[in-house]
Ligand binder design. Structure first.
Ligand SMILES: *[C@@H]1O[C@H](CO)[C@@H](O)[C@H](O)[C@H]1NC(C)=O
Ligand SMILES: *[C@@H]1O[C@H](CO)[C@@H](O)[C@H](O)[C@H]1NC(C)=O
Length: 219
């Protein structure tokens, strides 16, 4: 085989594998995000080293339970990502805390940029993810247990107990991103056309409109 075609193949494989990789490797010790920089890069621009302080690497927002009771789904996610901790920029990790009211659901969603590993702080959760072969992998997990949701796969957690629950989640991305399926399809702006949803879900316009009205973000 000619060297040039080998080079082409290896360049292609490199491109494919770098597209499949999670956050890119860092090229310097720190690159604390300048969240207000006008410059857009793959991540955030670094602020001047002289401006970096310990506050850039610190966050207390996960210490207390979030108020999950009054949310539509009875769950509340508090993120500890690069938007809250600028020092996470380029480091490829982040966390979140999820609080669940009794009966609370963290509805089916995906993280396009990260695998998630959860640790149950309190209570019991029915958790699961669905593979691209449409197999449900589900389990009931309780305080102290760990469960993994592979990158990009649809997953959920439900608190079926009559007491609150809480979990900590870790991600291999500074900003995993979240697409919540119901909201993505029924509460997008502008809205996904009814005829797309009636056909996709094999239901009528009335049902689509009903779901859309229930999922509208509270004003
Ligand atoms: C860095 O600090 C200087 C001096 O306090 C300030 O003028 C400047 O706006 C800061 N820049 C950023 C990106 O934080
Ligand atoms: C939920 O809403 C009720 C009524 O608005 C309020 O009294 C209560 O404090 C709220 N609970 C939480 C946990 O925010």
């Amino acid at each position: 085989m000619a060297t040039s075609s080998l080079v082409t193949i290896f360049s292609f494989l490199f491109l494919v594998s770098s597209n499949l990789a999670a956050d890119p490797d860092m090229l310097q010790d720190i690159c604390v995000a300048d969240l207000n920089a006008g410059v857009r890069v793959n991540g955030f621009a670094c602020k001047p080293a002289a401006n970096v302080t310990e506050a850039d690497f610190f966050f207390q927002g996960l210490a207390k339970p979030g108020a999950a009771t009054n949310t539509t789904m009875g769950s509340l996610v508090t993120a500890a990502n690069v938007e809250k901790i600028p020092g996470l920029n380029t480091l490829g990790v982040s966390m979140s805390r999820v609080d669940y009211a009794p009966g609370g659901l963290n509805p089916p969603h995906t993280h396009p940029r990260a695998t998630e590993i959860v640790f149950v702080l309190e209570g019991t959760l029915d958790v699961g993810f669905i593979t691209t072969a449409n197999k449900l992998i589900a389990k009931t997990i309780t305080k102290g247990d760990v469960f993994v949701f592979p990158r990009g796969l649809v997953h959920f957690q439900k608190n079926n107990a009559d007491v609150p629950a809480a979990a900590l989640a870790a991600f291999n991305s500074q900003l995993p991103g979240t697409q919540s399926l119901a909201a993505t399809l029924f509460a997008a702006t502008p809205s996904v056309p009814d005829h797309v949803l009636t056909k996709a879900f094999q239901i009528g316009t009335k049902e689509v409109e009903k779901i859309k009205s229930r999922l509208q973000p509270k004003k």
